[in-house]
Write a protein that binds this ligand. Structure first.
Ligand code: PHE
Length: 444
């Protein structure tokens, strides 16, 4: 079967950055930061991204480009008749689980576009906006409806194979998202009492760093960079042989981190100014933002543009998630692309419905004290992704080995890469050890 390659260098960066930048940055990052001690979390997060982000991402790219295969096929090719392909299956399962709860929040962005167009936030105070957010969750069918629309949109793009077309738009739209975040950050920073939020975000209180903060930061880093489950193996398999993997990984990591930090600068000063608790979770983003737009000249237009861009950012991420499942069904189970897409979408929807409904205030859909939604989030980000990333670096460091790794990142010796020794050392020793240690302290 012939595999398409990305048309240009910017094509693959746009696709991988499209997968990375999404609700993870703008919705999940502030939630995790608010729940895990603010500045201390940011510091740990940045350290993890700096030390592990690029090496783990490179490992995935290398596996993908070397084999030109989906994650399962890739492991089968590199290490036939071993247990390694199991980690490919783990990745497919993880994509499926993330898709099930991610699509709930992605659906909300559509509801918020409709609300923004109808000027429904205008003139409302915080109490009313908060009440309406809770009331929205309680209308279960509405959440499920938007979730279904979002999954349908994703499936449509994946089925038509027009993801590249979407990526062309996202090359313009994502810089626009950064721009609007900068405008919002300025507005947020100039609100009364904004400094309290700035201190919360940037002033680390080291006593707050606990095992659970470490594992939350690790999980968030992997989640935000779409790492540890094979999305980047799949995307790596589409990268041209003469592209530079290292600079691609660096650009994607930097852009993703920029968007997350910017989102923090938008949310926290405003949240403190309006009196929204940093531990407010989902409300932190979905209530703070309408309040900011209410305090802005041109807020009506900005609000619409923002939620449209957020929906597009979410779409480029859900495309990558569904693509992993579909690529598996097509290449390993020899299904037609059409049926693979239908099956994958219906499967995600079947589990996703419960994620959406579990957020109703009287819902009994709970596991171990968490809503079903939260348990899918917890299980994927804090368990499956770290475990997946651990085995990916272990594979590249110990099974694939230095020679194959060097060959692949230097494009068979044609590129000079002075840091390659350091990167390989991190992949072979530092990354597996760090991930294992954080994982153990997180769950002790
Ligand atoms: N990285 C995406 C985001 O931050 C979510 C995602 C996770 C996508 C894992 C693919 C794989 O929104």
């Amino acid at each position: 079967m012939s595999r398409d390659g990305f048309g240009s260098k910017l094509g693959i960066i746009a696709a991988a950055a499209g997968s990375a930048v999404g609700l993870g940055n703008i919705y999940r990052f502030p939630c995790e930061l608010g729940n895990n001690g603010g500045g201390a979390f940011l510091l740990v997060y940045l350290l993890i991204v700096l030390c592990l982000g690029v090496p783990v991402m490179l490992s995935e790219f290398v596996i993908g480009r070397r084999t030109q295969q989906n994650p399962i096929g890739a492991f089968k090719t590199l290490k036939p008749k071993s247990a390694w392909p199991l980690f490919g299956y783990l990745g497919v399962a993880c994509a499926f689980i993330i898709m099930a709860f991610y699509s709930t929040v992605a659906g909300w962005t559509l509801e918020y576009i409709v609300k923004a167009v109808g000027n429904e936030f205008h003139g409302k105070d915080l109490e009313t906006i908060e009440k309406e957010f809770v009331a929205f969750h309680d209308i279960g069918w509405k959440n499920v409806f938007w979730q279904a629309v979002f999954i349908f949109l994703t499936a449509f793009v994946v089925f038509k194979g027009v993801a590249e077309g979407i990526e062309k738009y996202s090359k313009i739209l994502m810089p626009l998202l950064v721009l609007i975040l900068i405008v919002l950050a300025i507005r947020s920073l100039t609100l009364p009492n904004a400094m309290e939020g700035v201190t919360f975000l940037f002033h680390p209180d080291f006593s707050k760093i606990t095992g659970s903060v470490l594992i939350s930061a690790l999980g968030q880093a992997f989640f935000s960079l779409s790492m540890g489950m094979g999305v980047l193996i799949t995307y790596g398999s589409y990268i041209k042989k003469n592209d530079n993997l290292a600079t691609t990984a660096l650009s994607v990591t930097l852009s993703d981190t920029l968007v997350a930090v910017l989102a923090g600068i938008v949310i926290f000063p405003a949240a403190f100014s309006f009196g929204i608790r940093p531990t407010a979770g989902m409300g932190l983003v979905f209530n703070t933002l309408p309040m900011i737009f209410n305090q802005m000249t041109g807020g009506y237009v900005f609000c619409i543009i923002f939620f449209v861009l957020l929906a597009v950012a979410a779409l480029t991420s859900t495309i990558s998630l569904l693509e992993v499942v579909v690529a598996y069904l097509v290449e390993e189970l020899r299904m037609s692309r059409r049926w693979a897409t239908v099956l994958a979408a219906l499967g995600c929807m079947a589990v996703g419905v419960f994620a959406s409904l579990s957020l109703k205030s009287d819902s009994a859909l709970r596991i171990a004290g968490m809503s079903f939604f939260d348990s899918l989030d917890f299980f994927s980000a804090k368990i499956l992704l770290p475990v997946g990333a651990f085995f990916i670096v272990l594979f590249v460091g110990w099974v694939m080995g230095k020679n194959a790794f060097f060959k692949e990142i230097t494009n068979e010796g044609t590129l000079k890469l002075s840091l390659k020794g350091v990167i390989f050392f991190i992949i072979k020793f530092v990354a597996p050890l760090a991930i294992a240690l954080i994982f153990i302290t997180g769950f002790l």
